[in-house]
Design a protein around this ligand. Structure first.
Ligand code: AMP
Ligand code: MG
Length: 323
């Protein structure tokens, strides 16, 4: 089975090519800004501009031709509609021109399944922390269900918003991490866990106020911000593991590249005699390989390319797991 997958839910245009279980190529080009966050139409324009080149690079690296493919998949949602539409358009064109089956895939579930492919985990709780999404997902009762999530912003967007406020630029998560290494001074911040969910908007306002007051060092705020929000995430993830009686934690999403989050996740797992699985960074961030692998798993869910569509608001538990 030789498959190609297209990721385009937000800032990243990604193409993955997988033969059987081997990733032959995973190439991406990401929209970035100097000021402000993602402007959906601008990100979509970026994808329009780069898609051909990224596909060419991926084909060259994998040493294959489009006609050799057995299947094409694309991320149908959740995500920004203008960006999803570019992925859909390209996927449909390729499927039609080369007469290939076309499989729409859920982005969040793809993060989990690629983690299962490249690590040894079997039945994990996924802590998925990206720009827009923050969810604790596990398979229970025939579905991938969300056991906890953010009630407002994704944690990546939260980190980026705070970083932007302090003039650090986008994406801010890695910049806050670098600053956090210079501090061990924990400033008390609002810690908001509501049942199984987290909320970060009050924490963001509080951090901005503290920064604007000029009484705190940015590295202390960066350190405290990470300690607080990551503890919130791991509290919920740990409770989901206890509730579902699962012994594996899998990390996913761009924020999971953060070494401090990884360290805290490993400590939590050690303390409850569980295992922590962390895919490599290029598979944690949005990427085409995960959509490609999801397409392989879901090959029987191929659709007529005329009927293929986007689902910008698709929820993880809307998906019927039949693979
Ligand atoms: P994604 O949407 O999954 O591609 O993830 C993008 C988000 O990950 C952005 O909000 C980044 O700020 C964040 N991010 C990437 N690397 C790191 C890091 N080392 N620490 C914290 N956040 C990060
Ligand atoms: Mg993602």
């Amino acid at each position: 089975m030789l498959a190609l997958g297209i990721e385009s839910t937000a800032h990243t245009w990604g193409i993955g090519i997988i033969k059987d279980k081997k990733i032959l190529a995973n190439i991406k080009d990401t929209y970035t800004t100097e000021k402000g966050g993602i402007v959906p139409m601008e990100a979509a324009k970026h994808h329009e501009n780069v898609y051909k080149e990224v596909i060419e690079k991926a084909l060259t690296q994998a040493k294959i031709k489009l006609k050799d493919l057995d299947l094409i998949s694309y991320s149908c949602g959740p995500g920004l509609a203008p960006c999803l539409r570019v992925g859909l358009k390209v996927a449909k064109e390729l499927a039609k021109d080369y007469n290939k089956p076309l499989v729409p895939c859920n982005h969040c579930i793809s993060h989990l399944e690629i983690g299962k492919l490249v690590t040894d985990c079997k039945d994990p709780v996924l802590l998925y922390v990206s720009g827009a999404n923050t969810q604790v997902i596990a398979f229970e009762g025939d579905k991938y269900r969300i056991f906890g999530e953010t009630l407002d912003q994704g944690v990546g967007n939260f980190l980026d918003a705070f970083a932007r406020h302090t003039g650090l630029g986008f994406p801010g998560g890695p910049k806050l991490y670098e600053l956090s290494l210079k501090s061990k001074n924990l400033i008390e911040l609002p810690y908001v866990v509501k049942g199984m969910d987290v909320s970060v908007s009050g924490l963001l306002t509080n951090l901005k106020q503290k920064y604007d007051a000029g009484k705190y060092k940015i590295e202390d705020l960066a350190y405290s911000c990470q300690e607080t929000v990551f503890a919130m995430l791991l509290e919920v993830a740990e409770r989901a593991m206890a509730h579902c009686q699962k012994k594996e934690l899998l990390l996913g999403g761009g924020v999971a590249c953060n070494k401090r989050l990884q360290e805290m996740a490993k400590t939590m797992c050690e303390e409850r005699n569980a295992e922590c699985f962390i895919p490599p960074n290029d598979l944690l961030v949005d990427n085409g390989a995960m959509i490609c692998w999801q397409g392989v798993l879901e090959q029987k869910n191929a659709v007529n390319s005329e009927k293929a569509d986007i689902k910008p608001y698709e929820r993880t538990d809307d998906v019927v797991v039949n693979w």
